[in-house]
Design a protein around this ligand. Structure first.
Ligand code: GRF
Length: 206
C-alpha cells in the first residue's frame, strides 16, 4: 500500500447489507481512512447492491451457479479482487463458505462478522442457537477468516443481554445494533495498522 493512499476494501454481501451501510457511513464520514473498491454479492437481488450503487460504489454480481465448484468460484473471485487492488476483504453477511483458494490468496486479510460470541454458536442461525441453549448473554464477533467455519482469531466482540421473552428477530436486532459499531471499529484498527497477530491472539495497539 502507498503511504497516505486510502486503504482499499472489498465488501462481500448476500442480503440486506445493513453492515455494509454502516461501513459506508464511517468511510464517508472520514472515520475510516479507506475506500470501498467494490461490493460483491453472490445473490443478484441483494439489497446491499442497491446500497452500493446509491453511493457510487461498483456493485458486482458474482453468482455461484456460473461455476462448477467452489474453488472455481473463488479463483474468479480472487481475480476480481486483485483487479480492484483490494487489500482487505470484509465479509458482511456473505453466505458462502470460502475455500483455501481465497483464504490463501488473502491470508489474514479477510475478516468476518458473526452474530454470536464465538467460539459459541458458530455456523448458521447463531441467534436461534443462543436462544435454544438458554444463554443470558450473546453478542457479535469480528474475526479473521481461516480454514474453518467461524474459527479464526478474534479481533473484537460486543455483548448484549438475552431477554426472557426474546424472539429471534428481537435478539437479532439487538445484536445488529452492536454489529454496526463493532465492524467499522475493527476495520479502522486494521486500516490504521493497530492490530498484530500472535498465534491465535490478536493484540490491539491503543
Ligand atoms: C449479520 O447478522 C451478520 O452478523 C451475519 O449476517 C447478517 C448480515 O446482515 N453474518 P446485513 O446484511 O449486514 O444486514
Amino acid at each position: 500500500m502507498q503511504a497516505n493512499q486510502p486503504f482499499k476494501l472489498a465488501v462481500l454481501v448476500s442480503g440486506n447489507g445493513s453492515n455494509l451501510q454502516a461501513i459506508i457511513d464511517y468511510v464517508e464520514a472520514g472515520e475510516i481512512h479507506a475506500s470501498i473498491a467494490c461490493v460483491i454479492s453472490n445473490i443478484p437481488d441483494a439489497y446491499a447492491l442497491t446500497r452500493a450503487a446509491k453511493h457510487g460504489i461498483p456493485a458486482i454480481i458474482h453468482e455461484g451457479c456460473r461455476f462448477t465448484n467452489r474453488r472455481e468460484y473463488d479463483r474468479s473471485l480472487v481475480e476480481i479482487l486483485k483487479s480492484h487492488e483490494v487489500e482487505l476483504v470484509v465479509l458482511a453477511g456473505f453466505m458462502r463458505i470460502l475455500t483455501e483458494v481465497m483464504i490463501d490468496a488473502f491470508q489474514q486479510r479477510i475478516i468476518n462478522i458473526h452474530p454470536a460470541l464465538l467460539p459459541a454458536f458458530p455456523g448458521l442461525n447463531a441467534q436461534q442457537q443462543a436462544l435454544d441453549y438458554g444463554v443470558r448473554f450473546s453478542g457479535c464477533t469480528v474475526h479473521f477468516v481461516d480454514h474453518g467455519t467461524d474459527t479464526g482469531p478474534i479481533i473484537l466482540q460486543a455483548v448484549v443481554p438475552v431477554m426472557q421473552d426474546d424472539t429471534v428477530d428481537q435478539l437479532s436486532q439487538r445484536i445488529l445494533k452492536e454489529e454496526h459499531k463493532l465492524f467499522p471499529q475493527a476495520i479502522k484498527l486494521l486500516v490504521d495498522h493497530k492490530i498484530s497477530l500472535h498465534g491465535r491472539r490478536v493484540l490491539l495497539e491503543h
